[in-house]
Design a protein around this ligand. Structure first.
Ligand code: KG4
Ligand code: ZN
Length: 371
């Protein structure tokens, strides 16, 4: 405890970010340290699991020390140690989880081993320091179907989402997941829909590779698409069977590849910005339609969005417009809390511990884990 506040140390190592953070009373971010391995994996065009684990191992202690120092707390102030237990690259998860167990055991503090996706949901509850939230929202530019109504609806996004609480609908869109979840309470999650093949972030990364934009693809597609026409190419929208809240994004990469090959064979120049914007529009259309359907079927009046792809400008704009239209309250974290971070894990750990107590010190790490 510090000044009467409950202090949580969070640790996240499920993919290619080594992260540690400290929160007060679950939601207030005191520090959020992230050591990214992007440069390490860039040359391979994707994350190499074994290399990721080794880097987590060399970084984790320094990252944790930095999180404690930046938060202005002492080790003895820590009340709870939270870490991701899965899903993720299992060797990578193991480094963070083992570190958390060691700290919890040595400091005689409880451990809370949390589900990574619950972390992405909890990112919408965080109250980040002003420096992380100001200017972090993407500016909405007037382009095609979005227009002026979107510019005003950006004000509708409540950041930070310190007032957000269950029950609500959650959309988690990341490199590994595309989930629509009914969050009934801080510990009751019901999965309504999920991807049947590629996650939407995976589709962004693959399309970026096809377009020669490099890795990680999502932010690069986002940037270049801002100069493109989303109506230039009519990529197919895959809705699956009537009433389904599941997704399928595995076909879109092939569709983009086929389009590029056809254009080149016909001797026409490919406008990368137009293709990127059209691809984005095709996935954003589907995500928006399914989210609207999930809001209707559950009757929820609040929506949170998280995961790396929630940093995407077109998706943010569309969801803001959708929620304004539906009169639904939307909470989307600033981009740095959309991608993997440990503040969201600390927040998830806090609520889990408060309602369900500590996790055992022999808790395993998992590559796959249902919510
Ligand atoms: O949540 P995250 O950091 O890691 C996972 O748990 O998967 O998500 C990473 C994914 C990557 O596929 C990355 O390309 C995508 O999020 N991403 C974006 C943007 N920023 C990150 N996709 C679209 N637009 C962005 N601005
Ligand atoms: Zn993630």
């Amino acid at each position: 405890m510090k000044n009467g506040r409950f202090i949580t140390l969070g640790i996240e190592t499920s993919c290619d970010e080594t992260a540690a953070a400290v929160t007060a009373d679950g939601r207030e971010v005191l520090s959020n340290v992230i050591a990214s391995q992007i440069d390490v994996h860039e040359v391979f065009g994707g994350v190499v699991p074994e290399i990721a684990s080794r880097h987590h191992l060399t970084q984790i202690n320094a990252v944790m020390d930095a999180a404690i120092a930046e938060a202005g707390v002492a080790w003895r102030d820590i009340d709870l140690v939270g870490a991701t237990m899965g899903p993720g690259l299992v060797g990578a998860v193991l480094i963070g989880l083992s570190t958390a167990k060691a700290v919890a055991y040595a400091a005689d503090r409880p451990l809370a081993a949390v589900h990574h996706i619950k972390g992405h949901v909890c990112a919408s509850y965080l109250r980040p320091p002003a420096s992380d939230s100001t200017g972090a929202l993407p500016r909405i530019t007037d382009r095609g179907p979005f227009g002026a109504s979107v510019a005003s609806s950006e004000n509708f996004i409540k950041t930070p989402g310190a007032g957000m609480a269950p029950p609500h609908l959650a959309l988690v869109v990341s490199g590994g997941h595309t989930d629509l979840i009914d969050v009934r309470s801080y510990t009751e999650y019901r999965l309504l829909g999920r991807t049947r093949d590629d996650a939407v972030g995976e589709a962004f990364d693959k399309v970026a590779r096809v377009l020669g934009l490099g890795y990680p693809g999502g932010p690069k597609v986002d940037e270049i698409a801002k100069n493109g026409n989303p109506k230039a190419v009519g990529f197919k929208r895959v809705y699956l069977e009537e009433g389904s809240l599941d997704f399928s994004f595995s076909g879109v990469k092939t569709a983009v590849l086929n389009y590029i090959n056809t254009e080149r064979q016909a001797g026409r120049e490919v406008n990368v910005a137009d293709v990127a914007a059209s691809f984005e529009a095709s996935v954003v259309d589907v995500i928006a339609a399914k989210t609207r359907a999930a809001l209707h079927s559950t009757g929820r009046r609040k929506l949170t969005m998280g995961g790396g792809v929630a940093a995407n400008s077109m998706l943010r704009a569309r969801m803001a417009a959708l929620c304004a239209d539906e009169g639904v309250e939307l909470s989307v974290p600033p981009p740095v809390y959309c991608t993997d971070n440990a503040a969201m894990i600390a927040c998830a750990a806090y609520y889990q511990y408060k309602e369900q107590g500590p996790s055992r010190l022999d808790t395993d790490a998992y590559a796959t884990l249902s919510i």
